[in-house]
Design a protein. Structure first.
Length: 132
């Protein structure tokens, strides 16, 4: 389903390089898969792209903007009831800030880092259980 990746590194006035990324999917399960897809690309961008550019250039490279685009960003029928209860039925009573995550927010970053560790442990366990 992944169609393309585009990267651009921009340097700020302090000399810090920021890795910006556009990711385009043909199709993406908005409710059941996009969080882990995004999680995977954040790790890929950090550990494969940014870290390697930093190693080769000798300059600090931080993760910048990630633009996620899907031609078909959909919710499967089996997930509609949960999506309605947790999001759609609440849109009119929630502000944009309540419905979105700002990765620059310390609370959101901490929540992500905890989820990241849990996901990595789950991946490690899966790999151990399925070795050979």
């Amino acid at each position: 389903c992944l169609q393309s990746l585009w990267y651009r590194i921009m340097e700020d006035e302090e000399g810090v390089q920021w890795l910006n990324c556009n990711i385009r999917f043909r199709s993406n399960d908005a409710w059941g898969a996009s969080f882990m897809n995004m999680f995977g690309f954040i790790r890929f961008n950090r550990e494969v792209i940014a870290d390697e550019v930093a190693r080769r250039s000798g300059k600090e490279v931080r993760l910048g903007r990630m633009n996620w685009q899907a031609d078909s960003y959909h919710i499967y029928g089996r997930d509609i009831a949960q999506a309605k209860a947790m999001l759609f039925d609440r849109i009119d009573t929630m502000s944009l800030e309540e419905r979105t995550f700002n990765f620059g927010d310390d609370f959101i970053r901490e929540m992500y880092e905890q989820a990241e560790q849990a996901a990595l442990m789950k991946i490690k366990k899966y790999d151990e259980d399925h070795a050979n």
